[in-house]
Design a protein around this ligand. Structure first.
Ligand SMILES: C=C(O[C@@H]1C=C(C(=O)O)C=C[C@H]1O)C(=O)O
Length: 360
């Protein structure tokens, strides 16, 4: 039998009733989270925030999602609910690479929700300084891009500071040509070097004769374009909005899958969730077969190595350290003895942290 077609007024009444139920449930959830906070305080815990528990919640919600919303949509709604509850218990301060409107800010908001307190930093080094000195509890730093590869400065700073990686965020990076003027009037494009590398083919094909001006961030690119009567920028939609620029062409990145991975740095350790990654820095003795010897405990135990990157050791010329990302948590019964074996083989070993894999 066909469902009777409901009138617009009836549908709106039904939506109002659902909204009231959602609101009552949100309040109930907020009250429960508050009680958890009270328990934690009574137990002498200094942190209310538990990224491991949050990623378990988001994964479960995505698994149970009946539609019509996508998994990413329900996850981001739940992220905001958790973030709002958290803000009532503990003000989380998070440093990101500013100014406002950058991908780092979007990554920070994707991970912590909009209710955290965000502090723009002028450089990646400053983010590490802010977290190390306790001025912010967490920082979000870019570590690799699927088109351009590693952010070397982040890798080096991870070794310089005694901080922990406590999360990762993946963000699809969409670049746009933005300006106040039509395409034909553009003589200059303000662009960050990473962005320029990710849009190289598009720039060569679409704007071959314009001057490309290097700027320190995608946000500054938009700012400069807004005060140049012949200028355009490659920037985010948020920065275009902030500086009243039009989007002349959206999605100009050469690789349609262009994604950046960010790390969350802080001083807390996360417990295993069953869906974790561990990041290490190791060095072998400089002789034939030493990398093979270092990695063989991983291969023997069937541990997945998701990334390996080498960087100059900076202690001696032509010596290297290796950054490894593995699947699993350092406290997992399988991984823990493997890491001990690896540490024994290595001339240098440091675990940068175990953390839940990016959820969406
Ligand atoms: C409520 C808790 O604390 C915080 C808030 C959470 C939530 O709103 O679900 C989840 C993890 C923590 O960041 C908890 O640990 O269960």
């Amino acid at each position: 039998m066909q469902k009777p077609i409901r009138s617009l007024a009836a549908l709106r009444t039904a939506i109002d009733q659902v909204d009231s139920k959602i609101l009552a449930l949100l309040s109930e959830r907020g009250q429960l989270a508050h009680e958890v906070g009270e328990l934690k305080r009574a137990d002498g815990e200094t942190h209310f925030y538990h990224p491991d528990r949050e990623s378990e919640i988001l994964r479960r919600i995505m698994q149970e999602n009946p539609g019509p919303f996508t998994d990413a949509q329900v996850a981001s709604i739940y992220r905001e609910i958790i973030s709002a509850g958290l803000a009532l218990e503990e003000a989380l301060q998070v440093a990101y690479l500013g100014p406002a409107g950058t991908f780092s800010q979007m990554a920070a908001q994707k991970h912590f929700g909009h209710s955290a307190q965000f502090q723009p930093a002028s450089s990646i080094s400053e983010i590490f300084r802010l977290v190390d000195s306790g001025q912010t509890q967490f920082g979000v730093v870019p570590v690799e891009n699927s088109t351009e590869g590693s952010v070397n400065l982040t890798l080096d700073l991870l070794l310089d500071y005694p901080l922990q990686i406590c999360g990762e965020v993946q963000l699809r990076i969409v670049h746009n040509l933005v300006a106040k003027i039509p395409m034909a009037q553009i003589s200059r494009v303000y662009v960050h070097y990473q962005t320029r590398a990710q849009c190289r083919q598009w720039l060569a094909a679409s704007l071959p004769h314009v001057e490309l001006v290097d700027v320190p961030s995608n946000g500054v690119a938009a700012e400069r374009a807004s005060s140049d009567p012949e200028g355009a920028a490659i920037s985010t939609t948020a920065a275009a909005e902030a500086y009243a620029l039009d989007i002349l062409q959206a999605g100009i990145e050469d690789n349609p899958e262009n994604t950046t991975r960010f790390l969350v740095i802080g001083k807390i350790a996360t417990r295993p969730t069953g869906q974790d990654k561990t990041s290490l820095v190791v060095a072998g003795i400089n002789r034939p077969g030493s990398l093979h010897a270092l990695l063989s405990p991983l291969a023997d135990a069937n541990v997945s190595l998701t990334r390996i990157e080498s960087r100059p050791a900076r202690s001696a010329v032509w010596e290297y350290v290796f950054y490894l990302d593995l699947l699993g948590h350092c406290q997992d019964p399988v991984l823990s003895p493997v890491l001990n074996a690896l540490a024994e083989q290595a001339s240098f070993y440091r675990c940068l942290g175990s953390y839940p894999k990016a959820v969406y």
